[in-house]
Ligand binder design. Structure first.
Ligand code: PGA
Ligand code: ZN
Length: 422
């Protein structure tokens, strides 16, 4: 069988933060191959699949992934060699069974994911199709299914929280081009706003550096001030707020919530869940938010349901740390109407097949889908193809700057020109 797996080899490489991560190459009997790597989060949800780190303080401050590499080369590879790369389900089920933990803590979600994605990339090459086309079929759509559009990008151009060297509590301040724009126009809007924002921050002496996802990481007095600066940046361009471009935020609330409440720069006092919801609503009245990700901490199911009931008709309430691309948590969110959109990160769940199953469940319940990078990335562009294949409404790939972010946007430009230029 030509499409059988001939070899699987993993290695340690560096990610965009200069930390080790795992990259795996799968070669088929036919000679076709695929390579994929695992990204890594900084604001990691409590319920994510486990990323295996060596914890050997003598190497890379304990961040090495040699155990994960060994797991691929000596445990996973012998079980998968000879299996058909076109049978993604079987490949993934074999690894899930081999790991046999609910959160992939034995072999590591980073090991398993790098293999799962590399197998799909090799299979796409073997079948001589672009990766997005092959993934469309894996997602259960017909081979000739029409791909309607490129997802709308969410540009995180101010980085706070765990991603910024600055002092903001909220993690991401995003500008979002209108969904009716062709992708290349949306990208241009994002890039132009990014550069105008840089000038505004420099003028105010607020510029500090860029954060992990390429957005600026300024020191400001309040979180709200970040939205004001985004508004100023829009005013410096030809684009109109509320028509051409909108705002969104990833609050990443679990990362700063204390047992006593929410403490943010904008308020002198500690806020209860109810008070924090009211503050978010105040921001929405002022800035008409299109999207709020992780507005409350990841265990406050009742708070999420309240917020979604109160503003879910107007705002995308996105579960990231809440849902962690996990089918059980998504099922609960559907049941309790806790949110209306899902952030989808392959490494939160660990295999491509499980990822696609989560997308199918979200779709069946009219949840909006956002395929997302992690704050630690490589130049791997797999998720760009994946987002197109599952027809996600949005993608979250960071600022329109820094190689590991731009690689994904540029891949979407390639796909756009392949599919939509006459
Ligand atoms: P992470 O952040 O990759 O550091 O988890 C991304 C996000 O919270 O959306
Ligand atoms: Zn998030």
């Amino acid at each position: 069988m030509d499409s059988a797996i001939y070899s699987i080899t993993a290695r340690e490489i560096l990610d965009s933060r200069g930390n080790p991560t795992i990259e795996t190459t799968v070669i088929l009997q036919s000679g076709y191959r695929g390579t994929a790597s695992a990204p890594s989060g900084a604001s990691v949800g409590k319920y994510e699949a486990v990323e295996l780190r060596d914890k050997d303080e003598n190497r890379y401050n304990g961040m090495g992934v040699l155990t994960a590499v060994t797991n691929v080369n000596t445990i996973i590879a012998p079980k998968l060699v000879g299996l058909d790369a076109l049978d993604q389900k079987k490949i993934d089920e074999t690894m899930i069974a081999l790991d046999a933990t609910p959160n992939k803590s034995k072999l590591g979600a980073n090991s398993i994911l790098s293999v799962s994605l590399a197998v799909a990339a090799a299979a796409a090459n073997h079948t001589k199709q672009p990766l997005y086309r092959y993934l469309t079929q894996l997602a259960g759509r017909p081979a000739a299914a029409k791909i309607e559009r490129i997802p709308t990008p969410l540009f995180n151009i101010i980085n706070g929280g765990k991603h910024g060297a600055g002092n903001l509590n909220f993690q991401e301040f995003m500008v979002i081009p209108a969904s009716n724009k062709p992708f290349h126009d949306a990208l241009q809007i994002g890039a132009e706003l990014y550069h105008h924002l840089k000038q505004i921050l420099a003028y105010r002496n607020a510029i500090h550096s860029v954060g992990d996802e390429g957005g600026f990481a300024p020191n400001l007095f309040t979180n709200m001030e970040a939205l004001e600066l985004l508004m100023e940046a829009i005013k410096a361009t030809k684009y109109r707020f509320g028509t051409d471009v909108f705002f969104g935020m990833d609050i990443a609330a679990s990362q700063f919530k204390t047992p006593r409440g929410y403490q943010i720069k904008d308020k002198p006092q500690l806020l209860s869940g109810r008070q924090f919801i009211d503050y978010l609503k105040e921001l929405n009245t002022k800035y008409r938010l299109l999207l709020l990700e992780d507005p409350l901490e990841e265990d406050d199911w009742a708070g999420w349901a309240t917020l979604t009931r109160e503003v879910g008709r107007d705002i995308l309430i996105v579960g990231d740390d809440l849902l962690v691309t996990n089918p059980e948590r998504l099922a609960r969110a559907i049941d309790e109407k806790a949110c209306n959109a899902i952030l989808l990160k392959p490494n939160q769940i660990g295999t491509l097949s499980e990822f696609l199953a989560v997308v199918a469940l979200a779709r069946a319940h009219d949840m909006k889908c956002i395929v997302s990078h992690r704050s630690g990335e490589t130049n791997d562009t797999f998720i760009a193809d994946l987002a197109v294949a599952v027809a996600s409404e949005y993608v979250k790939f960071g600022a329109p700057a820094r190689g590991e972010r731009v690689a994904k946007y540029n891949r979407l430009l390639q796909i756009e020109s392949e599919l939509f230029s006459q």
